[in-house]
Design a protein around this ligand. Sequence first.
Ligand code: ADP
Length: 832
Amino acid sequence: MLVNAAEGARATSTLCALRTFQAARGGEGSGALPGTDPRSSTRIWSLVRRVTPFAAVAAIFALQVLTNIGPVVAFPLYLAVVLVTALQRSRLESTALALIAAVAILSWSLIVNVDVANISGAAVLGALLVGLAIGSEEMVRRSREASARAEETLSRLRDSEKTLRSALESTSVGLALADLEGRWLEVNEPLAALLGRTKATLLDTTLAAITAQPDRAELEHALALLRFGDVMHWEGELTALRQDGLAVPVSLFIARVPSVVHGEPGLLVQATDVSLRKRADALRECLGAARHVMVTSVDAERALPELVSVLRSFPDTAVALFWMLDADRQLLVSRCASPMHEARFAPFLEASRRESPAGAGLIGRAWQAGVIAVDEDVERADSTYARRGVARAVGLRSVVAFPAIYDGEVIGLVELLSEHARAPREDEVALLATLGVEIGQFVGRSRLAQALRRSEADHRAIYERSPIGIARVSSTGELLEANPALLRMLEHDGPTMRDNVWPDLLRSFDQAASRLRKAPMLAGITDGSSIQVRAATGSGKWLWLQMTATSIPDITGRPEHVLVMVEDVTTVRDTSDKLEEALTAQRDANSNLEKIDRTKSEFLSIVSHEFRTALTGIQGFSELIRDGGLDPDEVKAYGGYIFNDADRVNRLIGDMLDLDRMESGRMTMRSGAIDINEVLTEAISRAAASSVTVEFKSDLDPRLPIVAGDRDRLVQVVSNLVNNAVKYSPEGGTVTLSSRVEGETALISVTDTGIGIPADEISHVFERFRRVRSGAAQAIPGTGLGLTIVKQIVEMHGGKIWVESALGHGSSFHFTIPLAADGAVAAQLRHG
Ligand code: ADP
């Protein structure tokens, strides 16, 4: 471009020179007579021009003839005509004319004076005329050729000038020629448009005059260098001033060119509007600076002022503000502003302390809609900007507000104000939207990080200071960390805890968990239930530890590590053990009391029933006897009944007293050598005498050694068992008494074929007042004391008693009595 421009300048200077030449040639071809037909006048003119030289020669010849002037005098006249013709006419015409003129000179000499000298002189003159005519014509031809060539060059240059000029005008670059002082000589339309002027008004100014004051010195310096030829070209960026006062950043290239119009060296000036590039650069720089702040800062709260000050470098921005929501008061609060301390904007910043997020104004709208909001000119009547009054007062004209978005929510708002009415261009809107998201991410993430840091510090403090032991365990069971409380509790240092104590604890946990059918510690997310294990401390003290494990999953859900809470529950456990014992004892005591109470009630009910039954019988039969009128057999029979009833009462009282004596340890035993077979035989005889409903059998071992015991008590035992066998056997049953040696004891059995005892009652029949109250047994009277007394007596002899029974088939009561120490058999006793 520079080369082209320089060539253009050279062409222009050549053109100027040619233009002068053309002007000097004046209106060739402009000789047509006015008012005549151009074609006929041309023909006439051509004829006149052709004839005129010949007429002139004829006229000179005529003059020669008439005035008799010599050839030397006539020669210049002929020569003038021949030369003029040679200059203007063709070679043929001019040569012909010269020949005619030569003939005329020669003819006159021949006519006037036929003198050889005269004739030869005339011939020489004639030849000279012809020669000059030919020479002149040749010269003219050459000059014409040169002229044609020049004309051709001129035409080419004209075309070139046209092309150059249209190129000059059609280029978007401002181009101009200026003299060495910087005065414009030629300017193109783009330059005029760039500088906001017409070409004419621009030509009235200078390069310096359109340069903003701060850059003027630099320009003057450059011009000086170019003027003195120190540099041949200069380039730089300046701020140019348009006619309307607006500043335009311009990239200038100035080259010194050899000559311009008057052969003087000049300047070729190329100017390009770089405002778009500058704006793009500024946008990029603003974005870059904002990103730098965000990338290099951890805490958004602290970085915000710097960020806002960077945002003020957004093109054409005078004030930048950052708004945040005060959730408590439901107000938007301007958190920081730039410039902070510029008095000019102070009233505006003061008015910008808070706004309503629900407000209809620009800020509220941008906040609620979450998109960029623009007020191009707050001076317009339809402006809805809430602070328009104060904005106008401080010279702020337009506003752009864009939201900072995090996680789909507006968490802040940036407001940029300009001193000019403006609407952001598309690329600026896109950039602000991007910036909004980035700022939102920055602020949001920073808040999150801060919350995490706070939470981490809280947890760390809990971990360090917790009175509960906390262990962090890897997913493979190694102890990663143990808090001070755990180390204190188990009285170990970290390494011992990790290498020796923890593996044992883990094993104990899993064993206890397995016993309780719970998951082992590393099984995954536990239900948080606790396991109690025993563990020894470093000083050898045993503790009960309650361990609660919770798995902490990683992002894939797999347990990453396990947190185990460890509490020393030794005291609690001891107390609860003691409490449990006390409770059991209390429960037993209560149950005993209940039993005693129940027994007492049963005793009272049975005893009173027995007494009442017996007394009712006694009373009834006594009345019958008292009233008289009975025959002796009846009296005897009634007396027998009375006796039996009294006997029952007596036995009952005897049983009760016996039992009481036995249980209180007041019963004494008179021990002697007893033939138990004899006791059994007597019992059969007695029972057989009083009962005819059952059959009695005996299966006695004759070699049964004597036993050591109290005979009366053993009689009482056997009688009781035989009576029960009879009592609980239906008619036709069999009662068998047997004896044999069993180890060091005599085993005696009383077996019946009676009603038997229900299986669930068998183990209870020896209890006090225990009676079977179901089936056939319930209808048979009794006190439930007999077997209790029997058992007491057998046990007092050092023996045992038990029963085998099948309901409906009969019962077999067995008891043992230790054999007498000397091992004598009954026969020896009897006979010896
Ligand atoms: P009772 O005075 O009621 O007979 P016992 O103490 O002698 O009191 O017997 C307790 C209970 O054992 C009886 O009520 C009876 O139900 C049962 N029993 C005792 N001996 C026999 C037996 N030979 N056959 C069936 N049941 C018996």
